[in-house]
Design a protein around this ligand. Structure first.
Ligand SMILES: Cc1cc2nc3c(=O)[nH]c(=O)nc-3n(C[C@H](O)[C@H](O)[C@H](O)COP(=O)(O)OP(=O)(O)OC[C@H]3O[C@@H](n4cnc5c(N)ncnc54)[C@H](O)[C@@H]3O)c2cc1C
Length: 331
């Protein structure tokens, strides 16, 4: 494909919120060697670097200063049940292909937009499964020393919508490939409300069902631009959860794990009457309270103001703070 840097590139169609965005400099990277070339290019000109996948979990400012690197590598290799996919591979296509081959473990994560390289960044999860459960290692390019290395699952410090890539080493570690250990043995995970009682006998039938359920629940980003859940579900300590339930016995029950009890951010937002609330072109989806949509000509500022408003209202009413799920760029 050849490494080429372009300037003043319109990325409006490269982010699923469809915010009007221009990158000062932009290049697509198809092979690992081009990462080093891109970084050398940026360093020689003292440019900052922004890593972009399919733009389905970012809130981008009107202008991204520096060099934006779009990960596009497409290789997929397989050794028995160990699958390694390059960061630019489309996530949903990979899941469907593996499910068609009878490989199990990713079927509940079908239908999530985005690229393979971004999957470990926020440890994508849905319908009772998180991607960390099948990841064995993540290949990275480390900008600190210009070396490529392989991180184990433990090295990645996965948490709820969190990892080392989102926190301490954001913009330092560039994910180049992800390896997954899958199984031949299908054990359907149907604990999630929408899947309970589902009659599924193969990973493909589960992936197809999950995709259908998702389509009915979430606004479609191709017609109603959005980034999926805008807020994480708050995770409460035992004592805080007990106090919350005493004050709000009508709230849906939380889900308890070692980390604490996760409660439903969508319920909190809905109770505040925020569904359909607008700031300029940004709106809390009337279909799903966790989603902020671009209802027409929304600006970066509209999205920021609306998101902050939701946080403030929920905090005033419930004394709980909501954390953003997508990554914000700009000020
Ligand atoms: C309709 C809809 C539904 C969604 N549902 C879910 C869901 O159920 N569960 C869920 O977890 N998420 C969900 N999401 C969020 C999103 O799909 C995921 O977070 C996805 O993994 C983002 O992939 P991307 O390629 O678009 O990443 P981008 O949005 O391009 O990037 C996201 C972040 O990852 C970083 N990044 C991207 N690629 C790399 C790389 N190769 N190396 C290092 N950093 C990188 C970027 O710098 C950025 O900070 C949903 C989004 C939408 C629009």
């Amino acid at each position: 494909m050849g490494f080429a840097v372009r300037n003043n590139v319109d990325l409006t169609s490269a982010n699923t919120l469809r915010l009007p965005v221009h990158a000062q400099y932009y290049c697509e990277v198809y092979v690992d060697e081009e990462i080093a070339e891109a970084i050398a290019y940026a360093e020689a000109r003292d440019l900052s670097l922004t890593i972009l996948g399919d733009g389905s979990n970012v809130v981008l400012p009107p202008r991204i200063e520096g060099l934006t690197l779009h990960m596009r590598s497409q290789a997929i290799t397989q050794e028995e049940n160990l699958i390694t996919a390059a960061s630019g591979v489309n996530w949903h296509s990979l899941v469907m292909r593996l499910c068609e081959d009878g490989l199990c473990g990713l079927e509940n994560l079908a239908g999530i937009p985005g690229s393979v390289g971004a999957a470990p960044v926020q440890n994508i999860g849905a319908y009772g499964v998180q991607v960390e459960e099948t990841i064995v290692s993540v290949g990275v390019y480390d900008r600190l020393d210009g070396c490529t290395r392989v991180l184990s699952r433990d090295d990645c410090c996965f948490g709820y919508r969190d990892s080392i890539f989102k926190g301490a080493h954001r913009d330092r570690l560039i994910v180049t490939r992800v390896s997954f250990a899958l199984s031949d043995h299908f054990e359907p995970i149907t604990s999630y409300r929408d899947l309970q009682g589902a009659d599924v006998t193969t990973p493909l039938s589960m992936a197809t069902l999950v995709t259908r359920v998702r389509k009915g629940k979430l606004p479609d980003p191709t017609t109603t631009p959005n980034v999926g859940s805008f807020f994480k579900n708050p995770v409460l300590s035992e004592s805080t959860y007990t106090a919350f339930r005493l004050t709000h016995p009508e709230a849906p029950e939380g889900v308890t794990s070692d980390a604490g009890t996760k409660i439903h951010a969508a319920w909190l937002i809905e109770q505040c009457g925020l569904k359909g609330h607008r700031v300029g072109g940004a709106m809390v989806s009337s279909q799903h309270a966790l989603v902020i949509v671009n209802a027409g000509k929304a600006t970066y500022r509209d999205i920021r103001l609306l998101a902050a408003h939701v946080q403030d209202v929920v905090s005033d009413r419930f004394n709980l703070s909501l954390e953003f799920e997508p990554t914000f760029y700009g000020n």
